[in-house]
Design a protein around this ligand. Sequence first.
Ligand code: PMP
Length: 303
Amino acid sequence: MIQLQKPQWAYFGGEIRPWEEAVLHISTEAVNRGLNVFEGLKGYWQHDGSRFGIVAMPSHFTRLQRSARLLYIPFDMPYEKFESACHELVRRLYTKDRDMWIRATLFVVEGHWGEGTVSDLFLTAYHQEKKRPPAIDIGISTWQRANDVTLPPTIKTSTNYQVARLARIEGRSRGFSEMILLNQWGRVAEATGSCVLMVRKGQVITSPISEGRLDSITVQIVVHICRALGIEFTERPIDRTEIYVADELCLAGTLAELVPVRRVDEFVLPSETPTLDAVADRFWQVVRGSQPLDGIDLSMVEP
Ligand code: PMP
């Protein structure tokens, strides 16, 4: 096994300093977007304000395990331990007036080129406003989503987000807060931190995973909701031009939730969005616990 040397001195912050002091906080982009796999989970206060529920925790845990496995990162924590650690952190941080977003990051803390890999799970949690996201304008990026043999988009690793960072920088220069990334065939992959849902003729459509999108848990929830509401849901490749003439469009993700899209590049979309409104209304009933739906569970944090 390769032994990584630990010399006595290093240079950082403008001077020579002891090796042990060369540490970066987990919140820095250097660390946060380095070698790790992660999940973003959302917790909501339930409609009567009595309890706090974290959405689809087993699905997030399973995806974290899968991402770790695909990047040869050891992770053998049992689900129950993961769940109780999330609950414990949330209990320490939550306040009645706000929801929370929890980032579960499995950092590679030791090892070299995939030898001797050691991981450690870090949980951080942040307060979120308790309101539905307003409609946004988005652009289509000139940057491209990587593919399964370059940097597999199905692995939720922070290193995958370098291109997202470039797309967001590009978007800001064009007045957009979010961008859609196309794949190597010029078709829709996903947005930088969410998937794309398009409505045409009353049918909700999203790209298949093989088009370069994450296997989104929010999309899985939308599938359940559509089934309950009798709305047709289809996965098929989406061309760029279809997005411009969509009847309705929204982004779907745990942190993003369901964000209506008003304009894509210079194409203004119809202001009436009956299908996605119905889906979003039902989504809020599910996550707030006012009208649960079979197959979508909430992990309740006991006070
Ligand atoms: N795509 C990307 C690139 C994302 O970062 C996210 C957020 N996790 C999503 C899609 C949506 O996935 P999910 O619904 O599981 O949060």
